[in-house]
Structure formats: structure tokens, C-alpha cells
Design a protein around this ligand. Sequence first.
Ligand SMILES: Nc1nc2c(c(=O)[nH]1)N[C@H]1C(S)=C(S)[C@@H](COP(=O)(O)O)O[C@H]1N2
Ligand SMILES: [Mo]
Length: 406
Amino acid sequence: MKRRNFVRKAFLGTMTTVIGTEIVFGNVLPEGYKPLALQDPDPYKMFDKDKGMVVLNDKPWNIEARAHLLDDKITPNKFMFIRNNGIIPQDIDAGKWTLTVDGESAKQSKTYTIADLKTKFSQHTYQLTLECGGNGRSEFDPPAKGNQWTVGAVSCATWTGVRLRDILEDVGIKNDAVYIGYHAADVHLSRDPKKEPISRGAPMSKVMQDETLIAFKMNGEDIPLAHGYPLRLVAGGWAASVSGKWVNRISVRNIVHDGTKMTGTAYRVPCNPVSPGEKVKDEDMCIIESMPVKSLITYPKTGATIKEGQKLNIRGHAWAGELEVSKMEYSIDFGSSWEQGSVEKPVNRLAWQHFAAKVDFPKKGYYEVWARATGSNGISQPMLLPGWNPKGYLNNACHRIAIKVA
Ligand SMILES: Nc1nc2c(c(=O)[nH]1)N[C@H]1C(S)=C(S)[C@@H](COP(=O)(O)O)O[C@H]1N2
Ligand SMILES: [Mo]
């Protein structure tokens, strides 16, 4: 009885701390009852996100940024979108975490602790752009099912880890290797342990790049839990679904990896353009790899008002998947004419680039500033919505902000 009272007091103490105030009548709280305040967790607190972030789904958690929140050159955790297909793993012990490399095209199966990875291989740090393939989905018509991302499912953080290539060379790879597939510790929404929420991958050409990391740090600290703690595959420039969070196994495959969300319409678009709403056969769908050229005006926030005669300094970021952005332009007349802005070189390959321009408005009134990036292959962003596809991927239309000159 004494022990029981002690446990109860300790429990109430913890509850009081979490809720932030005393639970009046806590003494008659039925045993095992979880107060509502704890059943409805605050995602902003739980994930350390800024209050301006937008929750699109809570089962599973999907949270996006707004353009003006992405103004930092390097995205801090509080503004980084979260995209989950399943349930975030709990009670992770990084000291016991292992990464196993196996598969029909691995010469052996080998398991590493995080300490092994850190001591055996050289560490590298890159800024890497991660954009969800479905970013911009909300604009498609007919609408596509899934999280209705607007523009905020993109980030560019600093990732530190070891090269996946170095690990694979240590394991030994057979000549017939074509692809790797990742396996991770998150839990399927059905809680069926036999099902994986997602298991995607990349062809060997992407895997072997210098910048493809098995990362253990983000922005110089442990990776936040929601972003893959303690170990994450990071493949910048490609649809971020390739960058497996909570990774514990990499399989080297002699076929294109056929894990969950690699097949059918998942993370695929019609190989050839189709008309909106058209049904597309599975065999006519192609896997999304590099993301297309795109940009975001991160300052000012849309809806800003400036004084007549005042010039407006705009700025933002631009990226082009595997390519570099070579030109940034803006328009204040709905795309009729374009002026050139400046764009910085990327800090490293696959990092987003920063652009700026000084905009002059001829008179009072309502304007929109549209931004357009062009990649090193000469291809520019479309002004409006690009090719419709069944799952609403790859919307790289020009970003637009509203400005009033008063
Ligand atoms: N294990 C695991 N890895 C994952 C996912 C997931 O649900 N589980 N989602 C993928 C998708 S679709 C995206 S867009 C990115 C999102 O990364 P972030 O949540 O760190 O921004 O993680 C990818 N890696
Ligand atoms: Mo995604």
C-alpha cells in the first residue's frame, strides 16, 4: 500500500510537470487513466517545431513549413518539414543500434554499430536539399490523394556521416548490383510487424556519389527523432523518399528494389505526359529520381505592403535536383516579362542556392512577384502547374507572392 501511494505521487508529479499545472482532484484520478491533455500531444512541443508550421496529418505525422519560414540559408530543425509514412520508432538506444548490409548482390552480410561506422570510415559534411516528391500536390486538379503539401515540404540542412560507398566497398559488392533498398525501424500504421511503412532505394550510380551519406548528425547535432535518429540515409537532390530515416538495413539488389512504395503508382509519374484524370497503367509509370528545377521566395512573406517609390529586396533559394541552378529571374507582370536576379553558387553539390533581386514597382496597386529558376541544362520552371499525374508529384511551378504598393 505504501509503495503504491509512492508510485501514485510520483505519477501525479510527472503529470503536473507535463501538463504545466497541478491536477486538482488528482488524488481521485482512476488508476491507469491518462488525462486528455496527454492523449492529445502538442506536435510543436513534441518535435520542437515553430508554431507557424502547419500540421497536415497526425496519423501519421506530416507537417510542412511556409515559404517565409524557410528563409535561413541552412534549415534549422524548427522549420524542417516532417513526412512520415508510418509510426515513429520509440525508445531508441543509439548505443545498441546497428546497420546491416546484405542482399543478393552483397559478397557477404555485415553488421556495424554506429561506433564502428564512426571509427572505420572517414566522416563528411554536406548541405543537402531534400524535397518530398509530393511537394506542391495541393494545386493539382483533379486533386491527388495524399498530404496536401503546398510549398513547404523542402529543406536544406547540414548532414554529417559516412559515405554509403565506403561502407559498400568494405562489405564487397558483386558485379550484378543494380540498386540498394533501405529498411528502417518505423512501424506500419496497422502495427503489423511484417509490414514496412516504406522501403525505397536508389540505383548504384546515385549510391556511389560522394554526397550519398549514412548520416548520424544534422546541423552538427544528433539527428532529431522525427528526422531519422540515430541513423539516416541521405541522398540529396532526389525525391526525399529515397532518404530513409531510422535506417537499420541496406540491401544490395540485383534488380530494381521492389520494397514498399517502390512499385505501382507510388513515387512514380507517367513516363509520357497524360491528360488530367487519365488512368495510367503501372508499366507506363516511371520512378522519380532527381527532382526538377524549382525555387522559393522566402522574403518577404506573401501579402507584404511596401510604400510607393520603395524598392523591394526579395530573396530565396533555388535548386535543380542533380543539376545546378544557372539563372534566376523574376516577373511582376504575371510572366509577360522577366528580369534577372542574382544567384549564388552552391556551397557543395546538391545544396540549394540563394538568390536575390531588387524589385521596382511602377505605381501603387496590387502585384505578384513570380520567381523562375533555370537549371544548367537550360530548362526553366513552368509558370503554372506542370504535367498532371495520378499521385500529384513534381509540381515545380513558379512560386508567387502577393505585394501591395500603397
Ligand atoms: N523510414 C522512413 N524513411 C522515410 C520516410 C518514412 O516514412 N519512413 N518518409 C520518406 C519521405 S516520403 C520523405 S519526403 C522524407 C522526409 O524527411 P523528413 O521528415 O526528415 O523531412 O523522408 C523519407 N524517409
Ligand atoms: Mo516524400
